[in-house]
Design a protein around this ligand. Structure first.
Ligand code: NDP
Ligand code: MG
Length: 381
């Protein structure tokens, strides 16, 4: 099915699970390119099981070991993509850096890009869509909710959609006393109740910033207005999203909460691959499914998404950049959990907003917003 596969962000949580899917389907020999940010040891370990892969390390400030043949930095990645021209690229890089990487992947992939990196759509959705249109290649979402929506909306007219309901776990603090939010530790926040994911996305689940990103992601992927996209907390993690249509019908997607399923779907669509028996759901589990409205007191950073919609899309870039800074500061023990929302709000408020006209402007807004967020935290010290 695929002859040349590029896996970007190979050392991460999605990257590793993608390798698992490829291994189960005896496709590791089809991998022609693997990238990581700075984890050369892990990249080397992975390259041992992908015999035909060229390697790329994205952190250009890293001194490379002698006699190690690999591409380095963003320019190196572009060069490798241009040379190899994969027919399938899986983008699983974390953070805003994923935007330009996704754009280059779309430019240099001949048939399909599978996208896990939601930040690419959050900060530069219109450029990603423009590039897709120009190149005429497919984009399949890996994010579980969007994989569910993709399936629910197959052969449906988008004009018939009344509402999209993204399900959310509510994160590690969904039952934590609100009055103790000020003193919650990074360790507590990193205990996700359903999914085992990278550190940033786990903190973003506790604030539901991740769900706000997913609202924007769904808006771009499916051309549905933001005010038609909502979120509900679903503790069991079995319903991956729902669509309500104008005739009152509601479709929902149910599946075992394992990212290898949406990863596999994105790679093999329109086919489905068989998994281990333990990824099947016991119907008894469906007897009790719960859905709750998220509370604005517990998740103030989520509800900001509807205000962002009313401003130029620099707002979305600043939202992501300031959250990235805030989450890192929180994980480093420099700010409190409740400061994450404070820092995002303050940075959005201070920024002089405008509509970016080029991908370079997106990157420049991202950098400015990070600087602003850093300065703000210094003022608090
Ligand atoms: P991880 O932090 O586990 O992995 C991130 C990967 O990206 C690593 O390979 C890392 O390399 C690489 N990377 C980090 N920074 C850069 C950079 N500046 N330039 C290039 N490469 C970089 O993240 P996840 O796998 O959890 O998430 C990846 C993306 O998928 C995110 O956008 C996330 O929102 C999305 N996603 C994740 C889900 C999950 O279940 N984990 C679910 C849905 C979406 P290195 O190891 O060298 O640092
Ligand atoms: Mg998700």
């Amino acid at each position: 099915m695929w002859n040349k596969i590029a896996l970007l962000g190979a050392t991460g949580s999605i990257g590793t699970q993608t390798l698992d899917v490829l291994k189960k389907n005896q496709m590791l020999d089809k991998v022609v390119l693997l990238s990581a940010y700075r984890n050369l040891d892990a990249l080397n370990r992975i390259s041992a099981i992908c015999p035909n892969a060229t390697l790329c390390l994205m952190d250009e400030h890293l001194p490379l070991k002698e006699n190690v043949e690999l591409y380095s930095g963003f320019e190196g990645l572009v060069e490798a993509l241009e040379k190899l021209k994969p027919d399938l690229t899986i983008v699983a890089v974390s953070g805003a850096a994923g935007f330009k990487i996704a754009l280059e992947s779309i430019k240099n992939t001949t048939r399909r890009v599978c996208l896990a990196t939601k930040e690419a759509l959050v900060i530069g959705g219109k450029f990603v869509k423009q590039e897709l249109k120009e190149r005429g290649i497919e984009l399949l979402p890996i994010d579980s909710e969007h994989s569910a929506l993709f399936q629910l909306l197959l052969n449906e007219n988008v004009g018939s959609v009344n509402k999209i309901i993204l399900t959310a776990s509510g994160g590690a603090l969904r039952d934590y006393p609100l009055e103790k939010f000020d003193s919650v530790s990074a360790k507590d926040v990193l205990k996700h109740p359903v999914w085992n994911m990278g550190r940033r996305i786990t903190v973003d689940s506790a604030t539901m910033v991740n769900k706000a990103f997913e609202v924007i992601e769904a808006h771009h992927l499916f051309d549905v207005e933001i005010d038609k996209i909502t979120a509900m907390i679903h503790r069991e993690g079995l319903i991956h999203s729902m669509v309500e249509f104008v005739d009152g019908s509601i479709k929902l997607h149910v599946g075992y909460p394992d990212m290898r399923i949406p990863i596999s779907y994105s790679i093999f669509f329109p086919n489905r691959m068989k998994f281990d028996a333990d990824l099947h759901i016991d119907f008894k589990l469906l007897e009790k499914l719960h859905l709750e409205e998220p509370s604005p007191e517990r998740y103030p950073a989520f509800f900001m998404v509807y205000d962002l919609f009313k401003m130029p899309s620099s707002g979305w870039i600043v939202y992501n950049a300031s959250d990235e800074v805030a989450v890192q500061k929180f994980l480093d023990g420099k700010i409190k959990f409740t400061d994450i929302f404070k820092l995002i709000s303050k940075t959005i408020e201070r920024f002089d907003h405008f509509e970016p006209e080029t991908p370079e402007e997106v990157v420049s807004i991202d950098l400015q917003a990070r600087k602003m967020a850093e300065e703000e935290v210094e003022k608090w010290a």
